[in-house]
Design a protein around this ligand. Structure first.
Ligand code: UDX
Length: 443
């Protein structure tokens, strides 16, 4: 089929390369010329495992094209996926300006009947608005059907999620449109849920809100574990074996970040509020999450007092491993607080440093050398559980730091291993391991 994807962010690009891989003719369109030029040369503007290989292959065999020209993008399309951003506005609601712009362009340039499939996360009712815009402005002889097709791709494993996802949701009241979209996904052998437009929109918000709730719930339990001397890992293992609860998304830490959970939870609270319902549970989830990001700095202050002029090593900048994305990353709130306290920060991240530089500028030092990052540090804070960070030999903390004090916001190390070293180790929801660092000053 001739497919066009509007927007080449994480969702649009991954969807585009994967649909081309399935054999479709795909045009990805975006308003950013630089990005499109880069993609035309077969390079990916984002770090996402697997994307660049599929990109190169499908551009080379002529199935995948990139353009900033809306006429070319929408003129021949049979199916158009909308995958543009819906950024959070000041009041927490989703900004739908880009989605509306795309709807106008589709109406202006479409030359065939089209199915418009919305992948962007949009508040319930938005697809009706998209439909209205297109119907008001399209040529009278052509037909357009709007379908909600939310994505559940995780950054860092988006390509795998596309091919092996848990389910595909197709929301529309038009059975003909649903059948055509179903055909696209059939080769994937993933369960397909066909539903109405509004329920499909709601599924996306409900899924993300539920996952965020799991994370904040376990973080609350971790807080209590710390107070009563229990170990969150034991507790998680114990509850996760109950099939009604499941073992996933119960990793305690300094909270969720990224481009989806923070934005979508707030948008759902707003959506509920706009419909005369106060979503108190989700409000608490958001509050707990904000508190989690402030834990490393308060824990550091508890051990070493004032952080003024203290050297702090920050390990991990991305909001989670295997991505270069720093949007809403816990590391950014930690750095903001540390700078306010007058600390001097050196940060390490295997991939996300250039994105962090764009946000933080030269307010901190960046290094790719873990030993340099740790050298003479008063405290190390772990913000992302990158494999490179989990694999740091524990004696590095003893050898290079001024005081081997580690605040681990992602529970990267086993307490058993830590106890073999002279490290003061404070993690989330687990007993503190205290060692007299003064005795181990070997640097
Ligand atoms: C999420 C959803 O998983 C995906 O389905 C949706 O389409 C987009 O949003 P993503 O933001 O890429 O994907 O990351 P995800 O792996 O879900 O993690 C989100 C955040 O939660 C990360 O900051 C991660 O560190 C945190 N997290 C996750 C926890 O703190 N504990 C956990 O147990 C799991």
């Amino acid at each position: 089929m001739n497919i066009t994807i509007a927007g080449t962010g994480y969702v649009g690009l991954v969807t585009g390369v994967c649909l081309a891989e399935l054999g479709h003719q795909v045009i990805c369109s975006d308003i950013q010329e630089e990005k499109i030029a880069m993609l035309q040369s077969g390079r990916s503007p984002i770090y996402e495992p697997g994307v660049e290989d599929l990109l190169e292959k499908n551009v080379a065999c002529g199935r995948l094209h990139f353009t900033t020209n809306s006429q070319y993008a929408y003129g021949n399309a049979e199916i158009i996926f909308i995958a543009v951003g819906t950024p959070e506005q000041q009041d927490g609601t989703a900004n739908l300006a880009y989605v509306r712009e795309v709807a106008h362009s589709i109406a202006q340039f479409m030359k065939n009947d089209v199915i418009v499939c919305t992948k962007s996360t949009v508040p319930v009712g938005t697809n009706d608005q998209i439909s209205e815009i297109i119907h008001r402005h399209k040529p009278a002889n052509l037909h357009a059907e709007v379908v909600a097709n939310p994505e559940f791709l995780r950054e860092g494993s988006a390509v795998v999620d596309f091919f092996y996802g848990d389910r595909i949701v197709i929301g529309t009241d038009c059975s003909k449109a649903a059948a055509i979209i179903e055909q696209i996904y059939l080769p994937l052998d993933i369960p397909i849920i066909k539903t109405d437009l509004k329920s499909a929109e709601m599924i996306k918000y409900a899924a993300n809100a539920f996952l965020a709730t799991k994370i904040s719930f376990i973080n609350e339990i971790a807080m209590i574990c710390e107070k009563v001397g229990a170990n969150i890992e034991e507790v998680t293992n114990g509850i996760g074996k109950d099939q009604r609860i499941g073992p996933y998304f119960l990793q305690a830490g300094i909270g969720y970040g990224g481009s989806c959970f923070p934005k979508d939870t707030k948008a759902l609270v707003q959506l509920a509020g706009n419909n005369q319902h106060s979503f108190d549970l989700l409000k608490a989830v958001i509050e707990v999450n904000n508190r989690q990001a402030s834990l490393p700095v308060s824990k550091a202050k508890e051990v070493i007092g004032s952080l003024k002029s203290k050297k702090v090593t920050l390990l991990g900048l991305s909001f989670k491993p295997n991505t270069d994305d720093v949007r809403q990353a816990a590391s950014l709130s930690i750095i903001k607080e540390l700078l306010k306290e007058g600390a001097i920060i050196t940060a390490f991240d295997p991939i996300a440093m250039s994105n962090a530089l764009q946000v933080l500028g030269n307010t901190i030092e960046y290094t790719q050398d873990i030993r340099h990052a740790l050298l003479h540090a008063d405290v190390a804070i772990i913000a992302t559980e990158w494999e490179e960070i989990k694999q740091i030999p524990l004696d590095f903390f003893e050898l290079y730091m001024k005081k081997p004090i580690v605040i681990d916001g992602r529970n990267c190390y086993s307490l058993k291993e830590i106890r073999k070293h002279r490290i003061t180790y404070i993690s989330i929801g687990r007993p503190i391991v205290t060692n007299d660092y003064k005795k181990s000053e070997t640097y």
